[in-house]
Design a protein around this ligand. Structure first.
Ligand code: SF4
Length: 413
């Protein structure tokens, strides 16, 4: 017998809320489909539907409003182990805020099951209309037109989902969830839920929900699409085999800082990729102002033999600054043990651990940061120049980069 998907039977919703019934049935369906809690990755959304995280024994990720399908898509494409299931849960508000996301996931038939808990309103913020609110809601309250709601089941069906259906009657709807979980690709189940806290006031006739007599339900047919297989992201990319050496033993945090247009981001990406070719774990993070053509540009690269669980870099081990802009940007993060690799024009600064080179003079404005970082990394044995060259040759500005890197073979900082 599989372990329970729910960690408690106490639902976090208001008494009588339809979300609780839906989640309990979803948990039963996952168990019946043979999933253990840690086989399941639940991506939840903002709103009452997003209160599920703490009651699940599964992996959980809490997304931004309307973005659960986009996050779930990323998780699904990135999964490399078989037998896992990605389930996204959102309300009708989230589903229509982020409609494009779920249509894209359906269009690509990505292996996700999306549960839309549709109580016809925004519950958490007081009962405002959503894109799935029915004519009854509108006629009873805020606006007088009779614009129909989106038919989300039909939309994803037409976009290319493997399965989509709607549950309108209260009761045991585990069977329909099971069908969705077993569908080969993107599946969506829209569940009509009652929101006792706001639906009573906002809906003209609450019995249409309680009796499962929603207009959107009986006028429209659930969709079924043919099987279209999807490949995990990593299946398309052949993993790089380490083919170069690195002498690093501990995690090394590098901050490369300079001016806009100084090739900072390209240099950091090149170093990160060369790190991967050298069998290292790597992260890279860029930072620059909205005005990309002026001001500073900075990038952090972490190189490590071990897995990098924390990608923050408060105090870099090495700061590379080829211009004044870069040094100003990096200054607050320089501490007593930071090694500085600076252009010789910045020599008036009295830093105890600084090494200097004529990087701007030799490599020009665009190549100075790469020249400075590459020379230090090669000289210290962190990366082989051949690893950097291999990446540079594949880059769109590779010719200029190769020229800079060739000079690193002989000159020392
Ligand atoms: S506000 Fe409505 S949807 Fe939200 S938990 Fe309460 S009853 Fe459920």
């Amino acid at each position: 017998m599989t372990q329970p998907i729910l960690s408690t039977n106490n639902m976090p919703f208001c008494p009588g809320c339809g979300h609780g019934v839906a989640i309990k049935n979803l948990a039963k369906a996952l168990e019946e489909a043979g999933y253990s809690p840690l086989d399941v990755i639940v991506v939840s959304d903002i709103g009452c539907a997003g209160l599920v995280d703490p009651i699940l024994a599964t992996h959980t990720i809490h997304g931004l409003h309307g973005r659960a399908p986009a996050l779930a898509l990323g998780v699904s494409l990135g999964l490399s182990s078989p037998g896992k299931k990605v389930v996204a849960i959102q309300g009708d508000g989230g589903a229509t805020i982020g409609l494009q996301h779920l249509l894209e996931a359906a269009r690509r038939n990505v292996d996700i099951t999306l549960i839309v808990l549709n109580n016809l309103l925004y519950g958490m913020t007081g009962g405002q209309m959503s894109g799935l609110s029915t004519v009854e809601f509108k006629a009873g309250k805020q606006i007088t037109d009779d614009t129909p709601p989106f038919d989300i089941v039909k939309l994803v069906h037409e976009a290319g989902a493997a399965y989509s259906s709607r549950i309108t009657s209260p009761g045991d709807f585990k069977a329909q969830f099971l069908e969705a979980l077993r569908a080969p690709g993107f599946s969506l189940v829209e569940v009509a839920c009652l929101c006792p806290s706001h639906g009573v006031k906002k809906l003209k006739d609450l019995s249409i929900v309680a009796l499962g007599d929603l207009k959107l339900a009986h006028e429209r047919e659930p969709g079924r699409a043919a099987f279209r297989p999807t490949e995990p992201l990593f299946a398309q990319d052949k993993p790089e085999r380490p083919s170069y050496r690195s002498n690093i033993k501990e995690r090394l945090g590098l901050l490369i800082a300079g001016s806009a247009g100084g090739g900072i981001q390209s240099a950091a990406r090149l170093i990160a990729n060369a790190g991967i070719l050298s069998g290292l774990h790597v992260t890279m993070k860029g930072e620059y102002p909205i005005t990309v053509g002026t001001g500073f540009s900075a990038a952090e690269v972490i190189l490590s033999r071990d897995k990098i669980h924390y990608t923050g870099l408060e105090h870099p081990d090495v700061v590379v600054a080829a211009t004044e802009d870069g040094l100003v940007k990096a200054r607050s993060r320089i501490h007593a043990h930071t090694i500085l690799v600076l252009d010789s024009k910045l020599k008036e600064e009295a830093f105890p651990n600084a090494v200097y080179g004529d990087f701007q003079k030799e490599a020009g404005k665009q190549g100075a940061a790469l020249s400075a970082a590459a020379r230090w990394l090669v000289q210290e044995g962190v990366l082989q120049v051949e690893a950097l060259l291999e990446v540079a040759r594949k880059h769109k500005h590779g010719e200029a980069m190769v020229e800079v890197l060739e000079k690193c073979k002989s000159v020392e900082v």
